[in-house]
Design a binder for this molecule. Structure first.
Ligand code: FRU
Length: 501
């Protein structure tokens, strides 16, 4: 693609072009009802997720003038309840010498009643070599965002390539720290820590010392925090090869957890790397702590290098629902924030039944935008599962294979094709053999998030079915199972408008 098109600024487009791009996105049959999505163009990573001045603030990477990864802006949305999001407009515009080729990902932190946004300025020199700077913008109570005119960090330390980005800042008692994604000169990925007394003056402390010496060629979007006494490093490594059911997407997102990071030596004693999500579309998540002291995570419901059906509708991608994090038996558990109950529009439809080697549906249990819990109990069948967004030829299927102890999501017949080299099913093994299983689904016009066994695993995926694919069917193969279903229709929570209209 030619560079001019790729790095086109919003102010180079006429008001008519912008209006027509917005109109095109608005008309798309796959606009979501309760997920944060761009009014036009391409959304990627969540950025600057924070609680400030009585509101949640959630920014994201945005290229307005196409559905490819062009010149990145930060777009701002805010909410009082994590459910109803208001589009606030552009937060950080790329443009001065240190971020001329993109205001890349970063994070937010509150200090002295202001929200400080740290991000990576991406630039290119005359030979088209990349240079990365760590930059800052400050938001005040009125919502005005001002960029500092100089970068905080104007060079990559020795030993690393210019793939050095995505600072995630936090405050310890004594100092501010951030962790940043990096690529060593030997083309391996890692995470580096900086310290500052005041958020402005930073010094490089070195790499987090993990056991993952050769683990992909670049770690994007790292996030370090402590939860229930454990240290957790989330990151999105690029360059892992598939292993069995694992690492099936183009890039991964996962975590390592263990003893809290030693702030002096940067030693991190940790266990294995676990993928955060088992679906097709989940990347670059970011967490924050809210005023209720909850650790909440949002991810990008998309991945690079995949062609999605809305690309030809002038918009691409959305964010995941916010999820709370906690530990159960040493594993991170993800649950949808309870505020999502605000979306329930109908009183619950409840059904209890027993299935015997059959497929069944129930009057009123159908829809395109819904929440549903489904428990299979006393499972004697080999396989139990659900088909949803189903029509004559389309269906998305999630099932539990009780013999192999595995859950699978199948989007091979979900609707319009997602062009990808990465297959049409995703599978993961559950940690214990069980004869009951619980699925908690949030289904929007073009996505599904399925929480398994109260957050033990989550499958997050875009799907692009027709609007009349609205059936839900429950099945048991080779035996019987008890079934309990509760379903709610969900209300619209996001609007295609900007500001307070
Ligand atoms: C992850 C990422 C980040 C980068 C941003 C650019 O998806 O590549 O590493 O900051 O996207 O949009």
């Amino acid at each position: 693609m030619d560079r001019e098109r790729k790095y086109r600024r919003l102010d180079q487009a006429s008001p008519e072009e912008i209006a027509s791009l917005k109109e095109q996105a608005k008309r798309s049959e796959w606009r979501q009802r309760f997920h944060v999505q761009p009014i036009m163009g391409l959304l990627n990573d969540p950025n600057g997720f924070s609680y400030y001045n009585g509101k949640y603030h959630l920014f994201y990477q945005w290229f307005p003038l196409g559905t490819f990864h062009g010149l990145k802006y930060w777009y701002h949305t805010s909410s009082t309840d994590l459910v109803h999001w208001q589009n606030k407009g552009i937060a950080i515009e790329p443009g001065y010498s240190h971020d001329a080729y993109g205001a890349y990902s970063g994070s937010g932190i509150v200090k002295d009643d202001k929200l400080y946004l740290m991000y990576t300025g991406n630039t290119r020199d005359e030979e088209w070599n990349r240079h990365s700077y760590q930059c800052m913008a400050v938001m005040d109570r009125v919502g005005t965002i001002t960029k500092l005119d100089k970068p905080l960090i104007d060079r990559v330390p020795d030993g690393y390539t210019e793939h050095f980005r995505d600072p995630k800042v936090w405050k310890d008692e004594d100092l501010f720290r951030f962790v940043i994604g990096a690529q060593r000169d030997d083309q391996t990925g890692t995470a580096v820590v900086y310290e500052s007394p005041d958020l402005l003056d930073w010094s490089c402390k070195g790499e987090i010392q993990t056991r993952l010496e050769h683990f992909g060629y670049m770690w994007e979007c790292p996030d370090y925090f402590e939860l229930e006494g454990q240290g957790v490093l989330l990151f999105s490594p690029q360059g892992l090869s598939p292993q069995g059911d694992e690492f099936r997407n183009v890039y991964q997102s996962g975590y390592i957890a263990g003893k809290p990071l030693d702030r002096g030596t940067l030693e991190f004693e940790h266990g294995s790397f676990y993928e955060l999500d088992r679906g097709f579309d989940f990347y670059a998540p970011q967490t924050m702590v809210d005023e209720k002291d909850r650790r909440i995570m949002v991810g990008w419901m998309g991945l690079p290098e995949v062609v999605y059906p809305t690309d030809s509708h002038g918009w691409a991608h959305c964010l995941t629902l916010p999820r709370t994090l906690s530990f159960r038996e040493g594993k991170l558990i993800q649950l949808p924030v309870p505020e999502l109950e605000l979306l329930r529009e109908t009183t619950a439809m409840e059904t209890a039944d027993t299935l015997y080697s059959e497929v069944k549906s129930y009057a009123g249990v159908e829809g395109t935008v819904f929440e549903m819990t489904c428990e299979f109990h006393g499972i004697e069948a080999d396989v139990v599962g659900i088909e949803f967004r189903a029509g004559e030829t389309e269906r998305t299927v999630i099932w539990y294979d009780a013999v192999r102890q595995k859950v699978t999501l199948d989007r091979s017949s979900s609707g319009a094709t997602i062009v990808s080299d990465y297959g049409t099913t995703r599978t993961c093994m559950l940690h214990a053999k069980v004869n009951s299983i619980k699925f908690h689904l949030f289904v929007d016009i073009s996505s599904a998030e399925v929480f398994v066994n109260d957050g033990e695993e989550v499958f997050t995926s875009r799907i692009f079915p027709k609007q009349d694919s609205r059936h839900i069917r429950f099945f048991a193969k080779n035996g019987s199972t008890g079934l309990k279903v509760t379903k709610w229709d969900l209300a619209q929570a996001v609007k295609d408008i900007e500001g307070d209209e």
